[in-house]
Ligand binder design. Structure first.
Ligand code: 1PR
Length: 555
């Protein structure tokens, strides 16, 4: 296999990138010291997290000048995510830290008053010259393809400024803001999106870079989108609740209101529902077009040494064949290992990131941390799992999974919690309710409502909320639209609607009647009633923008 060098000085969570590079026929060699760069031909600089942290680390390690020399020598260079940002002059995120200054732009934060920030999901990367100078694009990019982005800061696009200097520029639009999604000039190609997480479209760009493909002509049928639809696609997530069944096998299961055991039947009564094997099912959903796959480890595997957690192996194997973002939840907290060793949540998360996870999802621990936050007078401790992990890996890497239950009251004055007036009164005719947070898979209720929790975890640095609803879980009756709008009005970070999806129309409803940023399904996919593709086709017919599955085409 031909080789490519990877400079992973900062993040340490590039397993998916390595897998993607292998998938397109190249082998990775690591840059271990600045002097290695002299002998490198193809160089890839990935990066996640904070601009300042990455650039300072590279500077401290003595890498900045050798990277400049590599670029100036004309040898191929690719930057990914913070790797493209490193090429810029600087960022509002860390104004005192300088970038390499190869590209004369500065980044600024997306406007959070008009939309959720971070910008998470699938968006375009369209050559600004497509349509004006022949239907050409660069480095395998395609105007009808979608790419996976996750960032809060962006280089806003200024027409022709870079093009005048010979740069090829591909842009995406988020709300009212148009920003740079990818750039190329001579030996440089860099993307704000993650090619290794962008399915076949992303693999095509990686291959194009490694094979030295520059401009390519687009075939007419995939050249320019015919409809005026831009921006983030409607993100569809497949969720797999994983646990060991009574025979000790790790299986995908699914509950009704979180009860995952079979009912009634003499043969199966009381057994954990077994709906399939986690790695195989994740791959199936990827092939059906899932935009993300989430694994929730719904039991704690208490007797297992942390380093042997079965979910680590599941992630390692899944990330070999699934090239969309992977989230892992369950047990992300400070832990005492079987031998008595204390393992901070950050170290637990690091193991998952190194095994191929892109995000960790925190449930019970987030509720406890939020309680402490309010007890301390809304002061951050800096020590919680959310804070430590988001500081090290960026906010976008931390999801908080919320498991609320509806509590009815006669009037808002009957509770100190955030209430809403519901269109679905209870049997006693009560028309107000609040949503109570639970921990330990819904087994324990806490004196905190879902909006309090959402606001606290946003303040701590969570990048996204996975909003379940115990009343709706497994009901096939549609999402709890009232709950979703309730939480959306409390935070600016993205919210994933979860629980209750039973038919494709439920996804139309949730995107139509709420401002949710993504929607998640589980049971309807596991039982084989619908595929992810069915949901996307339905949304497409209804005029929603969705990412379509691409077959592996030549660059
Ligand atoms: O508390 O940090 O260890 O995390 C535990 C995680 O496991 C939490 O994210 C919690 O939501 C999850 N969990 C715990 N027990 C259960 C259970 O089902 N007994 N599953 C559980 C939660 C809910 C959803 C489900 C949707 C969609 N699963 O993620 O996939 O409700 O289902 P549907 O489309 O079939 O309605 P910690």
């Amino acid at each position: 296999m031909p080789t490519v060098h990877l400079l992973d000085y900062v993040a340490g969570n590039v397993r998916s990138l390595v897998n993607a590079i292998n998938k397109v026929g190249y082998e990775v060699e690591w840059v271990r010291s600045p002097s290695d760069l002299k002998n490198v031909e193809n160089l890839i600089l990935p990066g996640v997290g904070h601009f300042g942290h990455c650039l300072s680390q590279l500077s401290r390690g003595g890498y900045l000048q050798p990277i400049r020399e590599h670029i100036n020598s004309g040898k191929p260079f690719m930057g990914i995510c913070v790797g493209i940002q490193a090429l810029f002059e600087g960022s509002e995120e860390d104004p005192d830290v300088a970038g390499l200054g190869v590209v004369p732009v500065r980044m600024q934060k997306f406007n959070a008053e008009t939309k959720s920030v971070p910008h998470i999901g699938w968006n375009s990367a369209t050559n600004t010259r497509v349509g004006s100078s022949g239907d050409q694009s660069f480095c395998g990019l395609n105007p009808s393809s979608k790419y996976y982005y996750v960032h809060s800061y962006a280089a806003l696009y200024q027409p022709d400024v870079l093009e005048r200097d010979g740069w090829l520029v591909a842009t995406a639009t988020y709300g009212e803001e148009k920003f740079i999604g990818a750039i190329a000039r001579d030996n440089i190609f860099a993307t704000q999106f993650h090619p290794e997480k962008s399915g076949q479209a992303g693999l095509r760009t990686l291959r194009a870079f490694l094979e030295g493909t520059k401009l390519h002509t687009l075939t007419p049928e995939i050249s320019i989108p015919t409809k005026e639809k831009t921006g983030l696609t409607r993100r569809i997530i497949a969720c797999l609740d994983v646990r060991t069944n009574d025979a000790g096998d790790l299986v995908v299961t699914k509950g009704d209101q979180y009860d995952v055991r079979e009912k009634g039947d003499m043969e199966t009564g009381g057994q954990v529902r077994n709906l399939g094997k986690p790695v195989d099912m994740a791959r199936k959903y990827y092939e059906q077009g899932a935009d993300e796959v989430t694994f929730l480890n719904i039991t704690s595997f208490r007797n297992c040494p942390v380093a042997d957690l079965p979910m680590l192996e599941i992630l390692r194997r899944t990330s070999e064949t699934v090239f969309v973002p992977l989230t892992i939840g369950g047990g992300i907290r400070d832990t005492v290992d079987t031998d008595g060793t204390y393992i901070p949540a950050l170290d637990v998360a690091t193991m998952y990131f190194k095994s191929g996870a892109d995000k960790v999802s925190i449930g019970s621990d987030a509720v406890i941390a939020a309680e402490e936050y309010y007890e301390a007078g809304e002061v951050l401790s800096g020590k919680t799992a959310i804070e430590t992990i988001s500081k090290a890996y960026g906010n976008q890497a931390v999801v908080v999974s919320v498991d609320p239950k509806r509590v009815y009251v006669n009037s808002p004055e009957d509770t100190k919690h955030h209430t809403l007036e519901t269109g679905y009164p209870d049997a006693a005719g009560q028309t107000f309710c609040w949503y109570q947070c639970t921990i330990k898979g819904g087994r324990e209720t806490r004196d905190m409502d879902v909006c309090q929790l959402a606001k606290a975890v946003e303040a701590m640095g969570a990048g996204e909320i996975l909003l379940n609803c115990i009343d709706k879980d497994g009901s096939n009756s549609g999402f709890d639209l009232e709950l979703i709008n309730h939480v959306k009005s409390a935070v600016t970070i993205p919210v994933i609607a979860s629980s209750g999806a039973g038919i494709p129309k439920h996804f139309e409803e949730v995107f139509d009647k709420t401002t949710t940023d993504a929607a998640l399904g589980a049971g309807m996919f596991h039982r084989g009633e619908y595929t992810v593709g069915d949901v996307k086709n339905y949304l497409d017919e209804k005029g929603f923008l969705v990412r379509k599955i691409e077959v592996d085409g030549a660059c």
